[in-house]
Design a protein around this ligand. Sequence first.
Ligand code: ARG
Length: 458
Amino acid sequence: MQKPWEGRFRERTEKFVEDFTQSVSFDKELALWDIKQSKAHVKTLQKAGILPEEEASLLLKGLEGIEEEVRQGRFDFRVELEDVHMNIEAELIKRLGEVGGKLHTARSRNDQVATDEKLYIKDSIGEVLELLRELRKSLVRFAEKSVDFVMPSYTHLQRAQPIRVAHYFLAYREIFLTDAERFINAYRLADCLPLGSGAVAGVDFPLDRFYTAELLGFNRLCRNSMQATADRDFILDLLYACAVCGMHLSRLSEDLILWSSEEFGFVELPDRLCTGSSIMPQKKNPDVLELIRGKTGRLYGNLLSLLTTLKGLPMAYNRDLQEDKEPLFDSLRAIKDCLTGMRLVLEGMSLKEGRLYSSAGSFSLMTDLANYLVLKGLPFRQAHKVAGSITAYLLEKGKKPEELSLEELKSFSELYEEDALRLLKPEASADRRKVFGGTAREEVLRRLEVAKREEGLS
Ligand code: ARG
């Protein structure tokens, strides 16, 4: 197979080197965006008077034919042709003859590959944002179904205070909103056109780069040809957004895995999303959630891998940069799968309300007994001490707070009255937290309305 650079070389490329340096086995993923870019490049060359109209339209037709084959999965990518860019160019030359060789005028693979990647990333982020939106919608729907139920919240994985179940799911909706912002930021940073930068110094043809940017939907142009070809920071930003979002999905998975255990017994996962054991007949394992949690490893790894590749590279393009693609493709695939998996879990999961309720009471209510005294004028520190002594007393007696009598309460503080006993209910505790962002039913309902509106659900 002939190489584009054969004029300069006296030896054939070693087979090992061909295999070692090729990227087509993975960068073929960029093929459609490479063609899209090439079509815009042809138009720009024509506008600059470098390509006559007939040749430009031949090239465009040729590219469209190849595009069709790629879409149908029929295009034959060949390792000897190294990467996706040379595969497509070689095929164009094969189909059109000499005129095909004009496509690469005023372009280097260095500005070409960065442009492909940015086009690819912008489209992929669109997909991720859509999946994030679907996930947030399922969180909001779950919240809507669970406003009437209470459960314990945890700090240090110890029961803390009763909350409305919906409050928990709306918390994750807020978290995934911040993830969307990180992806939007990555989009914005990728939205800057490298093409026209050539190999490193800019091209020596009068290309109207603003026209190319318009054709390709870029809002900005890279303003320095060296930065344009050396830069892969826009991929780092995307990998970071994937890593953080993966971490959030992992934490949510961890909760749901715990909650689905017999020990917690808070939720039931649908059979269709679980797997069994080949040896223990009783098992129903939350594998989807475990794998979502597990994927976080590669999401972090991919970010660290590219950060390390970039460290110490001299200005400008170096072949090391080819190592940017597998982490990029891998993280995008993983995050899309995880978002889909989590949405399916939420759509199929059901709550075990009784178990949630019975876990929400008891010692989770001790803050309320303290705050009762605060409302009667006792400084919080003293009130905390009183409630602490009641806790110690209950633990000694093996009693629950709900079983306290007024006399017992009064023996700790004369300030307790009959109405203190009514505090000792999880829903009463939750519903006193009416502060903006708190877990009271009325406040949760208010937040739910806003969430529904923002997610287009009402
Ligand atoms: N496959 C290469 C990459 O991914 C394309 C750019 C190659 N440029 C070069 N000067 N060899 O980085």
